[in-house]
Design a protein around this ligand. Structure first.
Ligand SMILES: [Zn+2]
Length: 379
């Protein structure tokens, strides 16, 4: 049995000191540190740092030159190891709008890697399928030639490996698709890359949409007489919202407003692409040329093409631009996304019975140690 002492433990709604976190593969207890007999445990000294839940990234395409859409198992493992260093202990590799056989191959690769027992880094919870069921007018950096009409069968047929998918609710067949997936109950429908009006977005929610793909980006904006997808997503309390908090995709002055409106339904994501963790230069996304300069990734025509954000940086940014408590900020990158995809019985918070997915980080949210299923991750 292991235990972490001398930490400030980040619980779902508070931070406690003077307590020890006891775990093997799962969290066994959180007890007063004075009750710990050091000789009975493998003791990890947090040295006054934060002991927080492992982060959960439900929307990330690539990292370290790799991309989930490549369908390469070594690439997925390299990404998993890389993001573990940023504090991510479980994730949803995210596919793009690509040819269906390419998407299916990426699903198969994720199935194969997810089934492995050996720890390769952050655990794959399942795939986030972003496209092909989107609106060409809001395609962002998704390649238009592979966009298809929404089709519920494709999602349900792959529900063993899918956790969420993006759909534009205004497209022909979208509402039937959403209903079919909602009734099946295994995959979360997320509205995104959508030109829906407020009414069309609300019709999508009535059909079963419960999540929003990167709020504000690639969707109709909030205007006072045309509240758009943003208005519908912010107004309906059943709907969770992703936010790319890199300070570039969305003006950070809005973080406070979004946090107030969505509460525990706000999910920080990275939407990171293969240039994440790499030097500035030329990369690809969905076969298109992307130029990375600092925190910006753009197609040649200036369209934003994913991010190079790390999830611990998103936590830091949300803390810096809101008045949320630190526990609430961490929940936005752990418990809230875990809840959105129905994995919160296993991951997302430091609670007895859950996986011992734990990070130790300093006050600037630099990750010092990542623990996955109770084992310190060393890449
Ligand atoms: Zn994305």
């Amino acid at each position: 049995m292991k235990c972490i002492i001398n930490g400030r433990i980040v619980l779902p709604d508070s931070i406690v000191t003077g307590m020890a976190l006891v775990f093997d593969e799962t969290i066994k207890a959180i007890i007063p540190q004075c009750e710990i007999k050091a000789e009975e445990y493998d003791v990890i000294d947090a040295k006054g740092n934060l002991v927080a839940p492992g982060l959960v990234d439900i929307h990330i395409h690539g990292y370290l030159g790799e991309d989930a859409s490549d369908g390469n198992s070594e690439g997925l493992k390299k990404m998993a190891a890389g993001i573990a260093k940023n504090g991510v202990t479980s994730w949803c590799p995210t596919t793009m709008t690509m040819a269906k056989e390419v998407i299916s191959k990426a699903f198969d690769t994720a199935r194969e890697v997810k089934a492995e027992k050996e720890c390769y880094g952050a655990k794959i919870l399942g795939i986030n399928c972003e496209g092909p069921f989107i609106n060409p007018s809001k395609k962002g950096a998704q390649p238009e030639e592979f966009i298809l009409p929404p089709e519920g069968e494709f999602i349900v047929d792959n529900a063993d490996i899918l956790k969420l998918f993006t759909v534009a609710p205004e497209m022909d067949g979208a509402l039937d698709c959403i209903k079919k997936v909602y009734e099946d109950g295994r995959v979360l429908a997320s509205m995104g890359h959508t030109g829906a009006s407020f009414d069309e977005a609300n019709a999508g929610i009535e059909a079963g949409v419960r999540h929003t793909t990167h709020l504000f980006n690639a969707m109709t904006a909030l205007q006072h007489r045309n509240p758009g997808v943003v208005g519908a997503a912010l107004s309906d309390e059943r709907v969770s919202c992703e936010l790319i908090a890199d300070t570039f995709h969305v003006n950070p002055g809005l973080y406070k407003l979004v946090a107030k409106a969505k509460g525990d339904k706000l999910c920080l994501i990275t939407d990171c692409m293969r240039a994440g963790g790499m030097e500035d230069g030329d990369y690809t996304l969905g076969g298109q040329h992307v130029i990375k300069t600092g925190i910006q990734c753009l197609l040649e025509d200036g369209t934003i093409a994913g991010s190079v954000l790390k999830l611990n940086e998103a936590v830091r940014n949300l803390r810096d631009y809101t008045d949320l408590s630190l526990a609430e900020v961490f929940a936005c990158a752990s418990l809230n996304p875990a809840k959105a995809i129905g994995e919160d019985d296993k991951v997302g918070s430091l609670e007895v019975g859950k996986c011992a997915d734990i990070i130790i980080c300093d006050d600037d949210i630099n990750v010092l140690t990542t623990i996955i299923d109770g084992a310190v991750f060393k890449s």
